[in-house]
Design a protein around this ligand. Structure first.
Ligand code: HEC
Ligand code: HEC
Ligand code: HEC
Length: 424
């Protein structure tokens, strides 16, 4: 019932939206800036900021031209395609003036005056200062133009009706640049500005409501991303080892830290882009996040040991010994040629659900294309449903000292189905 009345609310505000769209799109088009008018230092700063914003990651298809769009983003409401943001005049944003670009970043409204879906994280980008948006504009407008039209979005009714987004914004969009906290250091504020704004970490790490809006009262409390669990980055962090600023800086820039583990799944393109960002910016983000996670109870201290005599856990231990121990044996790590983090330190084993461990076991861990990095083979097809469930029960009880996860087989089926659905 609550759902229905909210939908009616959305529809009502759509009517007012139609009116306000008329008025915004009535602006006379401003002339686009010519390529040569940008200063080299501004473009370079824009490149770093663009990496923090993950613009290339979302606006580039696997194997496609950079920034030419077309990457399908799955949402609970259907598929939204990222757009071509190269400066191509016809199919990209070549005709956009700086003022159009400021408006899209701050208000989520495109040059034609249409509301954009929050799959484009304008609810975070609204926090970015004008100067930073202008630097990103200089960088984007000096990329190679690519002539390429992206597929139309495939969304369910009524979400395919863009004017509804105006109602969504009235309810959930909090416009405005980051406001600094004067009681905190400059570094902390820099980090908060980047995490909450351009870095849009909450787009994955904050849980969303039924309308796809982030739950503001549970910011960074753990969310969903492409079938993975995006770990909590607040005081409910399940990390067995409290993160320090140094460790977190290393993890965010290199994708790995010896006392926490390796970035995988949807987190790997994030760290890939952050590797191009100046260390002081990443350190500032880490400084901010560590204060948010302060007070998290290490998982070791939270859980009570479970006895290992259950037959499922014994068979899981045998599978681990035969399949995983060559690389993950606790005693052999010193002599082993493969460098792995002790599994008792891996956050995934301590997470509230088994999805990340299942993804890792089924799909493996692979370096980003063209890069060196940790490698683990995937075991999809090599283990039966039953073996997988036993293995995960063992990992959970033995390494995290936690109670076994429920629904392992259901999650495994979802992951395999989702993956093969994507390949079609
Ligand atoms: C999480 C994915 C994601 C990220 C990150 C992202 N975008 Fe987008 N962007 C989208 C999607 C999806 C759309 C289309 C939304 C729609 O159709 O309503 C879009 C639309 C846009 C548009 C409107 C273009 C048009 O033709 O209407 C611009 C400009 C844009 N993005 C620029 C950027 C910049 C600059 C960055 C980095 C600071 C960025 N985006 C980061 C997903 C993303
Ligand atoms: C050929 C070596 C190899 C084998 C075999 C292997 N792994 Fe891995 N595994 C790795 C490497 C390398 C990493 C990435 C480095 C790290 O995080 O420790 C990794 C990472 C992991 C992680 C993530 C740890 C983290 O950082 O969060 C889990 C969980 C894991 N492996 C479980 C398993 C399980 C379960 C098996 C057996 C089904 C297995 N692995 C078999 C090499 C291997
Ligand atoms: C596209 C979704 C996505 C975005 C955006 C994203 N993350 Fe993540 N992140 C994940 C997922 C999924 C995991 C869990 C998998 C893993 O540990 O590799 C994760 C894991 C992490 C971890 C490891 C936590 C732990 O205790 O093991 C940290 C730290 C982290 N993210 C920080 C960030 C920061 C900072 C940002 C913003 C700059 C960010 N993430 C943006 C999806 C995302």
């Amino acid at each position: 019932m609550r759902t229905r009345s909210l939908l009616v609310g959305l529809a009502m505000s759509a009517v007012t939206a139609a009116v306000s769209i008329e008025s915004v799109s009535g602006q006379a088009p401003a002339a686009p800036a010519a390529k040569r008018s940008f200063d080299g230092a501004l473009i370079a700063r824009g490149a770093e900021l663009s990496a923090i914003g993950g613009c290339a990651g979302c606006h580039t298809q696997r194997g496609g031209k950079s920034f030419a769009g077309g990457l399908p983003l799955k949402t609970p409401f259907g598929v939204i395609y990222s757009t071509n943001i190269t400066p191509d005049l016809e199919t990209g944003i070549g005709a956009w003036a700086e003022s159009d670009f400021l408006r899209v970043m701050h208000d989520g409204i495109d040059r034609a005056g249409r509301n954009l879906y929050p799959a484009f994280p304008f609810d975070h980008f609204t926090r970015v200062t004008d100067d930073d948006v202008k630097a990103i504009y200089a960088f984007i407008m000096t990329r190679d133009p690519a002539h390429s039209t992206v597929p139309a979005n495939r969304l369910v009714f009524p979400m395919n009706f863009r004017p509804l987004l105006s109602g969504w914004k009235t309810l959930y969009f909090d416009r405005g640049v980051y406001r600094r906290d004067p009681t905190r250091s400059a570094e902390w504020n820099r980090g908060a500005y980047l995490v909450e704004g351009l870095g849009h970490c909450g787009a994955c790490h904050t849980p969303r409501n039924a309308f796809g809006a982030e739950r503001k009262n549970d910011a960074l409390g753990g969310g969903d991303a492409e079938g993975w669990h995006a770990t909590a980055l607040d005081a409910s962090s399940p990390a067995p080892n409290a993160w320090t600023v140094d460790q977190l800086t290393r993890y965010l820039r290199r994708g790995h830290d010896d006392s926490h583990g390796t970035a995988a799944g949807p987190m790997s393109p994030v760290v890939h882009e952050l590797s191009e960002v100046p260390e002081e910016d990443v350190r500032a983000m880490a400084t901010y996040l560590v204060t948010l996670m302060a007070g998290a109870t290490p998982a070791f201290a939270r859980t009570s040991p479970t006895s290992l005599d259950d037959s499922r856990i014994l068979s899981g231990a045998a599978i681990f010994g035969g399949t995983c121990a060559t690389c993950h044996d606790e005693s052999a790590s010193a002599g082993s040629s493969v460098h792995t983090v002790p599994l008792k330190l891996a956050t995934s084993i301590h997470a509230p659900d088994p999805r990340n461990v299942l993804h890792i076991v089924l799909e493996g861990i692979w370096p980003e294309p063209g890069e060196k990095g940790a490698l683990m083979p995937g075991f999809e097809g090599a283990l039966t449903d039953e073996q997988l469930a036993s293995l995960l029960a063992y990992l959970r009880v033995h390494f995290a000292k936690g109670a076994p996860w429920p629904d392992i087989s259901r999650h495994a089926r979802d992951i395999i189905q989702h993956k093969h659905g994507n390949e079609r």
